[in-house]
Design a binder for this molecule. Structure first.
Ligand SMILES: O=C(O)CCC(=O)C(=O)O
Ligand SMILES: [Fe+2]
Length: 345
């Protein structure tokens, strides 16, 4: 991972804002005292939150490994078949056609797909298309609910969503998501967003779940993703409000904002650099699968989170961020799993 993961992009809920934090309280306060006062939030509360989050990030790779081991030993899948991609019954015809077409050269492929309504360009750089069948969404939701009800440990998929599941920890990668990303999404992403990705060679997959009732996540603050390209697929729910709004690239945000509403099984593909947020859900639930797709050819030169040459710190396969250059600083290795073979990340 890039060292910036332990120093930047901390989301502090009480301030509704992201901060950088190196573990040095004094210099943090020096920089932000006035801002915190203006926001009307307590310095001590914010620091407490930052210290906790920093510790969590430092321990995260090791804890992920421990969860994986427990899940492997103790969890019995309800729908074992959902862990293996069955192209004909899990992927919509439109998606398989789109990918088949996009393997062919020629500019007409994109306009042809638009005409056949299997591809929509919502705004330049934001595309939607069908991905999963209803049958697959049903099975996946059923399996994820079963895992949730098992009470086995899980963790928040990112700094802002408390609910949802990290797909690699359950074993969804090898036979389901690896082929989906490397054989299908890769074809579409390199064709539709060539300025942002080369070959997709790794990804982080997780679900997000918003629920108006109960203690669910309600919204998601503005951010960009740790990804070259993101595919966000709705896998279930009916809801009001709570859609994702896109604001343009973090490097050159230019309006107007654009809201995307997805049908079940449909995905929206956008650059990771696209600023976006989920507005508050007012009714029902929304359940999405997010694929943060990575392209080492791009990120090895520029970490998408700190916009600098990455300072690569070795970690384990559940926390790598898709870099393939050698570690910059061996001494800062974070909970490295010596038994895995991915030395670089
Ligand atoms: O709410 C959504 O569908 C978007 C989630 C998202 O942007 C993220 O997890 O990075
Ligand atoms: Fe996002």
């Amino acid at each position: 991972m890039c060292q910036c993961r332990t120093t930047q992009n901390y989301f502090v809920r009480s301030a509704e804002k992201h901060f950088s934090y190196t573990g040095d309280d004094a210099s943090f306060l020096e920089e932000h005292r006035q801002e915190l006062q203006d926001l009307g939030v307590s310095e001590e509360e914010v620091l407490k939150d930052l210290r906790r989050q920093r510790q969590e990030r430092l321990k995260a790779p090791e804890e992920s490994l421990q969860r994986v081991q427990r899940i492997q030993n103790e969890y019995t899948p309800l729908r074992p078949e959902v862990y293996k991609l069955d192209e004909l019954s899990y992927l919509q015809d439109g998606f398989r056609q789109l990918v088949a077409e996009m393997r062919k050269p020629g500019a007409k492929v994109i306009s042809g797909a638009k005409e056949r309504k299997i591809l929509e360009e919502v705004r330049p750089g934001i595309w939607t298309f069908p991905v999963f069948t209803e049958a697959f969404c049903d099975q996946l939701e059923c399996e994820l609910r079963n895992f949730h009800d098992s009470g086995l440990p899980r963790t928040a998929p990112n700094t802002m969503n408390r609910f949802g599941i990290i797909m690699s920890e359950l074993g969804f990668c090898e036979h389901l998501l690896d082929p989906l990303v490397f054989e299908y999404v890769n074809v579409v992403a390199t064709r539709l967003l060539p300025a942002f990705c080369e070959c997709l060679d790794s990804y982080r997959a997780f679900t997000v779940l918003y629920e108006a009732e109960r203690d669910g996540d309600k919204e998601l603050a503005m951010h960009y993703d740790n990804a070259e390209v993101t595919l966000n697929i709705n896998i279930g729910g009916t809801w009001d409000g709570g859609n994702v709004v896109y604001y343009g690239l973090a490097t050159s945000a230019e309006g107007p904002p654009m809201e995307a509403t997805l049908r079940r099984g449909w995905g929206v593909l956008h650059a990771g650099l696209e600023l976006h947020r989920a507005t508050p859900i007012s009714q029902g639930r929304r359940h999405n699968l997010i694929l943060w797709c990575r392209s080492s050819g791009v990120r090895n030169d520029l970490c998408p989170m700190c916009f600098k040459q990455p300072i690569v710190v070795p970690t384990n396969r559940y926390y790598h961020e898709g870099f393939t250059v050698p570690p910059c600083d061996q001494s800062s290795s974070i909970s490295r799993d010596m038994s895995t073979d991915d030395l670089y990340d």
